[in-house]
Design a protein around this ligand. Structure first.
Ligand SMILES: O=S(=O)(CCO)c1ccc(-c2ccc(C3CCCC3)c([C@H]3C[C@H]3c3ccccn3)c2)cc1
Length: 240
């Protein structure tokens, strides 16, 4: 994969996005407002517009018991699960398998009235990162999705408005070993999830509509996705 044309961009974007995701909300600069909370899940956004279009950066933090960072990233990255958890997905195509850890996707999302239908072309890269805080702690896993062009799928040719996004899912596994030396089980693991996304909706859509869509869809997406991973893994050996 290192010789692929996208490799330099992937390296740079992954490093950038991981650094941002690791910063706490306080360090991330001001202006973050908590807009949704549900148990361990907290969702923040910053209100930002470019040329009158809403591009509100989103940062969600969540802690889920019984699953690991590798399991969360594996189910987010792998195409075979996506229709199960991505409720707004209408069509997903893997345009290119760049390597076993890097795919190129074309996705069309269901139309959200009154906005016109959207599509997106993005590369998706999964990576394990050394846990530099705690040397013998479990590794950190991340998936970064970033829009890119594709010669066979130019933007805004068909009925869909092309959106542009950068998404980073960063997962840190926590292990609390059982006192009595019994083997590790799912009760002894949890995962701290940080999900960052910036979506440029492409063509114009009313700010009030977009903000309502995000307010409704993002909490639903993260809850549904983490519940899906819990269900998929509950009777399987732990994937560290
Ligand atoms: O994390 S991913 O890479 C996961 C791979 O699928 C991702 C996340 C979100 C989107 C996305 C981008 C834009 C929109 C809007 C913009 C104007 C009208 C459609 C929506 C709408 C469908 C709503 C939505 C918002 C948040 C979460 C899920 N659904 C979704 C795409 C990919």
């Amino acid at each position: 994969a290192s010789q692929h044309r996208l490799w330099p961009e992937i390296e740079k974007t992954v490093k950038q996005q991981v650094a941002m995701a690791r910063m706490g909300i306080g360090e991330c600069g001001s202006g973050w407002q908590l807009f949704a909370e549900d148990g361990e899940m907290k969702m923040y956004r910053r209100e930002e517009e470019i040329d009158g279009m809403v591009v509100d950066p989103l940062k969600a933090v969540h802690v889920v018991k019984g699953i690991t960072g590798h399991e969360v990233c594996h189910h987010f990255f792998s195409p075979q699960y996506r229709y199960d958890w991505e409720t707004t997905l209408e069509q997903m195509t893997v345009l290119e398998t760049i390597s076993d850890d890097t795919l190129l996707f074309l996705q069309t999302h269901k139309r959200i009235w009154p906005a016109s239908q959207r599509d997106v072309v993005f590369w998706s890269h999964i990576r394990k990162l050394p846990n530099d805080q705690d040397r013998d702690g479990p590794d950190i896993w991340t998936v970064v999705n970033n829009s890119t062009g594709h010669p066979d799928h130019p933007a805004n040719v068909g009925k869909c408005v092309r959106i542009f996004l950068t998404v980073c899912l960063l997962c840190q596994t926590r292990v609390n070993p059982p006192k009595d030396g019994t083997p590790l089980s799912r009760e002894n693991v949890s995962c701290k999830i940080t999900y960052c996304s910036v979506v440029n909706p492409g063509g114009w859509a009313p700010a009030s509509v977009l903000r309502a869509v995000y307010k409704r869809e993002y909490p639903k997406f993260l809850k549904r996705f983490t519940a899906y991973v819990t269900n998929q893994t509950k009777n399987k050996p732990i994937m560290f």
